[in-house]
Design a protein around this ligand. Structure first.
Ligand code: HEC
Ligand code: HEC
Length: 448
């Protein structure tokens, strides 16, 4: 008897503590949803150079098995085949495996062979593809064929005002197989490095409505930041919201994977299950099962837990500065993943994730204008707000990686100083920070 009586006050105390914690959690969202868990339940607890190669946490055994089927296909080095004309790699291509460019699933480097060049005719605001080449230069060819052109990258430094260190910019030279240099006036060129492939299934699961709610294409709120959804025409009056690629030019991971096979490696893919033929009725280099397995592989990668807990002073100070400078207007810190019953990975549903992007495109000013508005869905100075999760691991995963679409920024500080256009004010706010505050912001970003 006495034991029960004695235990009761303890029970009351425990309930009171629980209730207080609950109230605190509701009042302070950082307690309710932990920003350290970048990918919610799918967060990967690893910050080594292998962090991006780890499957998401909380996959079911069946999902892990599917992930493991896609992994070797992602790493597979393709070769030309003699089964039928143009079978296998090429005849024209950029690299022979996914992993050649997406090094350890992280970003690529701004060097020939693991990056690519998008092109457009110089007239018509970069919205006209180059005849015979279309939007992308294939700089490799299998034996017996010639590449369209090879790239010659020249880097030069641009001095900066206000005692800031110089920024570097790349000039993309293109040389035809006969040795002729493509004249500058002939076409605009845009060097693209491979983005990191983390958390893609989660980004795919963010409901369209959530993304559209951040759009402000006519800048009605007058804050100088618009944000435009990229609406891709899909025929029969249907549109799909662009989410992937540096300019949000593809809507789904599967679409991006299909394009990677054909554009980057010259490999055709099956148009649907069972038949394993292309839309044109030709035998496909990549079967439907292989295409869906590689797609699932990238969809089931997580994103790493941040290095510091939410209560760390660097996190509270750094994330507040990020908001005060208006970085967070574009790099929207968190999203919900919705409740789609058909989500590719069961655990993806109902998560709060911290990718730091609005998945919209923004005019980033003349410094980042590449003159290539491929497919006409974007203007040439528009870029998708780059997700910042995993940012601090970029160079641990690939020592040669740079930042921004062409890898021109050697450091995160340089990436920020390249911001212009809609982000001009945010950049100015950054430049005006005290040395200490700037370091705190950079330290916080390095922990993402
Ligand atoms: C020649 C280098 C290269 C190869 C090979 C390559 N990629 Fe990419 N990948 C890129 C580049 C560059 C981009 C960005 C394209 C753009 O926006 O212009 C990209 C973008 C992507 C994206 C979108 C990521 C995001 O955050 O939006 C996915 C997914 C992707 N690639 C998957 C693959 C897969 C799967 C393969 C193999 C089937 C592959 N890639 C092969 C260079 C490459
Ligand atoms: C108007 C929208 C906007 C604002 C405001 C903005 N950014 Fe960005 N940010 C972008 C876009 C778009 C890119 C990609 C540009 C590119 O690749 O050319 C980017 C890229 C970056 C990158 C490089 C990411 C990578 O993967 O290479 C970093 C770091 C970054 N931003 C940090 C910041 C910080 C810090 C601030 C505030 C001082 C800020 N941004 C403000 C839109 C914005």
């Amino acid at each position: 008897m006495t034991g029960v009586v004695r235990r009761r006050p303890l029970l009351v105390l425990a309930c009171a503590i629980l209730a207080a914690l609950l109230v605190a959690a509701v009042q302070n969202p950082s307690l309710a949803v932990d920003s350290q868990l970048a990918a919610g339940a799918l967060t990967v607890f690893n910050r080594t150079s292998a962090a991006f190669e780890k499957p998401a946490s909380n996959l079911t055994p069946e999902e892990i098995a599917r992930h493991d089927v896609g992994d070797p296909l992602f790493e597979r080095s393709h070769i030309p085949l003699a089964t039928h004309e143009d079978a296998g790699l090429g005849p024209l291509f950029n690299a022979n495996s996914c992993v050649a460019c997406h090094v350890r699933n992280g970003r690529g480097a701004p060097v020939p062979g693991v990056s690519l060049v998008r092109v457009a005719l110089q007239e018509a605001n970069g919205t006209t593809p180059v005849p015979a080449w279309e939007w992308q230069v294939q700089d490799h060819a299998i034996f017996g064929h010639q590449p369209e052109a090879t790239m010659d990258l020249t880097w030069h430094e641009e001095p900066q005002a206000g005692g800031e260190p110089p920024l570097q910019k790349v000039q993309v030279g293109l040389i035809r197989p006969n040795g002729d240099v493509v004249a500058d006036a002939e076409m605009n060129r845009s060097l693209r490095t491979a983005p990191p492939l983390i958390g893609l299934g989660l980004l795919e699961a963010v409901p369209d409505q959530d993304i559209l709610s951040h759009a402000d294409p006519d800048d009605r709120d007058g804050d100088g930041i618009s944000g435009r959804p990229v609406l891709l025409e899909r025929g029969r009056g249907e549109q799909a919201l662009g989410r992937f690629g540096w300019k949000a030019g593809t809507a789904t991971v599967q679409e991006q994977t299909t394009e990677a096979y054909i554009n980057d490696m010259g490999l055709t893919t099956a148009a649907g299950p069972e038949t394993n033929v292309t839309a044109e009725g030709q035998p496909a280099d990549i079967t439907w099962d292989e295409l869906t397995a590689v797609t699932f592989y990238s969809q089931s990668l997580g994103a790493p837990a941040t290095s510091r807990p939410a209560k760390d002073p660097v996190v509270s100070k750094g994330s507040s500065l990020f908001g005060e400078l208006h970085c967070a207007t574009c790099h929207v810190p968190s999203h919900g993943t919705g409740t789609d019953p058909d989500a590719v990975v069961a655990a993806i549903r109902g998560q709060t994730i911290w990718p730091y992007t609005d998945l919209l495109v923004h005019d980033m000013g003349p410094g980042l204008d590449d003159g290539v508005a491929e497919h006409g869905y974007t203007r040439s100075a528009e870029w998708r707000t780059a997700p910042l999760w995993g940012l601090g691991l970029a160079q641990r995963v690939n020592g040669k990686a740079g930042y921004l679409h062409d890898g021109r920024a050697r450091t995160v500080d340089e990436a920020i100083r390249w911001h212009g256009g809609e982000a001009e004010d945010a950049k100015k706010n950054y430049l005006a920070l005290s040395t200490g505050d700037r370091q705190t912001l950079l330290d916080w970003l390095q922990g993402l």
